[in-house]
Unconditional design. Sequence first.
Length: 162
Amino acid sequence: MTRLLCHLFAIVTLANLTMALPGPAAAQTSDRPQVGLECVSYGRGPMLECLIDLKRRDGTPLDNAQITLGAIMPSMPMAHTIKPMKAASTGRPGEYKGTLTLEMLGVWSLDVDITGPVREKVSRNLLITVCKGDARCAAPPAKAGDKGPEPGHGHGSSGHKL
């Protein structure tokens, strides 16, 4: 019994020491970048053009990042998943741009996957609505209760000028 208690004490002590030591996960959390995201929709599809503002934790621009954008419609994930594409630098420090072709209006979950020089993945739900004529419409964050397109604005009629 005493031997078992000694082993148990050693395991508990080792577990407590391991939890107290900062490891790679703690360092990784402190290096998380700030990810700003602004998107507009326009044209057929509709198209979703996104501007990503990437900064280090200290607020300085994060250049030379590898960023991939993808989108999925949370209400119909098996039917509406957009193939990821790479975002490119705009030439401004820490600023990147990418365009996706969506399949319809409604709430879309946009994934921003950063693979270098840091690793981070951010998902934001956006509400894609009808644009008039050749206008560009802001794609604001979706709120609880936001739904898909109104009747008549589904697959065949995106509500965007064709």
